[in-house]
Design a protein around this ligand. Structure first.
Ligand code: FO1
Length: 324
């Protein structure tokens, strides 16, 4: 366990499943006042009248230990009576909403409708789920990831990811609304915290989970000003994404599906603010190519199967903190 100063502050950036695993690891090795977890909100969409925030919910359910570990989203022990009843009424059931999960969407939608911000609502939901660590949306403004496809069609993220099962060939992404968006108050506060010592980019999809967070206006500039180490954990291990379409997207974008290619993508977009990179043991042979990008590199187990794996990876990422 890395010896950290008491007022140590860490910022974790997470998308869905893969990122949430490391977010959990960070929450196990750091006290609530030592870490802020920022969730991507580019996946959010309005469905059946509900404002749905998949990555916020995945991080919340993971830290509350109520997540469905088999399928990677929603809650464990879920029942599907609402969905079955919706089916009978010939409603839209392509996006599966479990009964327990529905309570989150109803609560969030009602509170947002009362004028509460997404940050405030997330704080309420975390309190309800007895989560002590701060989980914060990247922005309280609406940012919607759209997927450009080889057929010329532009898809909303959930249509691409769920309805079309990631089958369309991607040619690029846009984040609608991002140019007018601001970092959420909690994100800004964490970025401006004088005790911020490290930013950890959790192993999430570089294009649709990490990019939206870091491209919120002002975020890159603030990180550059703070000159704090920022380390990314590769979501690609020996040519495969642990979960989700990252490798398929890389192939379709004409990139090698390697950890090095992820590092190059981040260096290309974020330049000097990215200072470290963590790759899996299976990619040890790539460490020289990652270091050649000017990145301090650690080779370790990044495939998180057990809770101890999550804790070990969190401790490895903390080695990049300024004081170490
Ligand atoms: N992903 C699916 O592949 N199929 C679903 O039916 C589905 C429902 C769903 C409901 C609530 C929620 O928070 C997430 C859900 N997801 C589903 C995952 C969602 O598409 C996320 O955007 C991905 O996890 C990527 O981050």
């Amino acid at each position: 366990m890395t010896k950290l100063p008491d007022n140590f502050q860490c910022l974790g950036l997470s998308g869905g499943v893969g990122g949430a695993k490391l977010a959990l690891g960070l929450s196990k090795v750091l006290a609530p006042e030592q870490v802020t977890l920022i969730a991507n909100t580019g996946d959010d969409f309005n469905h059946l009248g509900f404002h749905i925030c998949p990555d916020l919910d995945t991080v919340m359910y993971t830290l509350a230990d109520v997540s469905n570990k088999e399928i990677g989203w929603g809650q464990e022990g879920e029942t599907w009576h609402f969905l079955e009843a919706l089916q009978r009424l010939e409603g839209e059931t392509w996006f599966q909403l479990g009964d327990r999960d529905l309570a989150t969407h109803v609560t969030r939608t009602v509170k947002l409708g009362q004028g509460r911000t997404l940050s405030e609502v997330t704080q309420d939901l975390c309190r309800g789920l007895s989560i002590d660590h701060a989980i914060v949306p990247m922005s309280d403004d609406t940012i919607s990831t759209v997927v450009h496809t080889a057929s010329g069609e532009t898809l909303s993220f959930q249509h691409y990811f769920v309805r079309d099962r990631c089958e369309p060939v991607v040619t690029g992404f846009d984040f609608e609304g991002i140019e007018d968006a601001e970092p959420s108050p909690g994100f800004l506060q964490a970025l401006e915290d004088p005790n911020l010592e490290l930013i950890v980019i959790c192993p999430s999809n570089p294009f649709v989970s990490v990019d939206p967070i870091l491209l919120v206006p002002g975020v890159k500039e603030l990180i550059a000003e703070r000159k704090v180490p920022m380390v990314a954990v590769s979501p690609i291990v020996s040519g495969l994404a642990i979960k989700g379409p990252a490798a398929k997207m890389m192939k379709e974008l004409g990139m090698p599906q390697t950890a090095t290619a992820v590092a190059e993508h981040y260096k290309g977009k974020y330049g000097e603010i990215l200072t470290g990179f963590i790759i899996d043991e299976q990619d040890r042979a790539l460490s020289a190519s990652v270091e050649a990008l000017g990145l301090e590199t650690i080779v370790t187990n990044t495939v998180m199967v057990t809770l101890q794996d999550r804790i070990n990876l969190a401790n490895e990422s903390l080695k990049f903190a300024k004081g170490n």
